[in-house]
Design a protein around this ligand. Sequence first.
Ligand code: HEM
Length: 232
Amino acid sequence: MNTNASTANKYQLLGRIQAISGALFAIFLAIHLTNTLLAGFSAEFYDAFQQSSQQFYQLPIVELGLIILPLIAHSIAGVYRYLLDRQSGRRTRLGIKLQTATGFFLLVVIWIHILATRGVAYWFDAEPGFIGVAFTFWWMPVYFYPYYFILFMAGFYHVVNGIGTIARRFANNRIKITPAGRLGVLMLAAIGVSAALLSFGGVTHDIPDPRESDYARVYSDFLGIDLYPVTE
Ligand code: HEM
């Protein structure tokens, strides 16, 4: 087999691994992003949805098979494919460039996000829930508003664009979405997540004091955050 054919086979295999692992992770992500949007309605709605859906995605076998392993496989296949693209000098469309950029961003922040939320719940028995996320906005609003906005939009774009690519492949490119349609969907997502973040931040809804949560206690103990600073 010549080098070109072997590289093409490798590229195709990596593409399959990426598609399958991405589709598996997308099941969790669809639940998770829907959950986030529900924060725009109320804290109770967000927590109730999260508690019932966690009974599914936090079953050890599901958490491993639908979240952790697909994430690892997807990241490795994605980086490998990107390097092959660079090697061959393959040109890509803007949509694919954005897919790669959001993928790299998520690759960097996702493990921090998992440790900061699920990790703290698992090792310190401090489930974040609505009030835990609200605490991060009380603590560092200038950082967490843009961070969560970009995280949500990157995850949303990456998963919707990725599923669209798989669907088009199955439908032999008969599915067409206009640029205006894409923009419209992204705008709706941006409005939805902004409403959710303002709710977490206590701007649009009255929320309990986030400093009283177990999650805030863990962060305060570890990072020495003064939860009740004396102001003059
Ligand atoms: C505004 C956006 C987001 C917020 C407020 C948020 C919040 C949270 C919270 C509170 C948890 C812990 C509760 C739980 O595990 O169910 C969590 C876990 C997690 N989040 Fe996010 N998240 C956001 C966006 C994302 C995005 C875009 C991704 C992926 C691309 C993501 C991936 C995960 C994963 C993998 C877990 C661990 C799930 C588990 O194993 O239980 N999150 N997030």
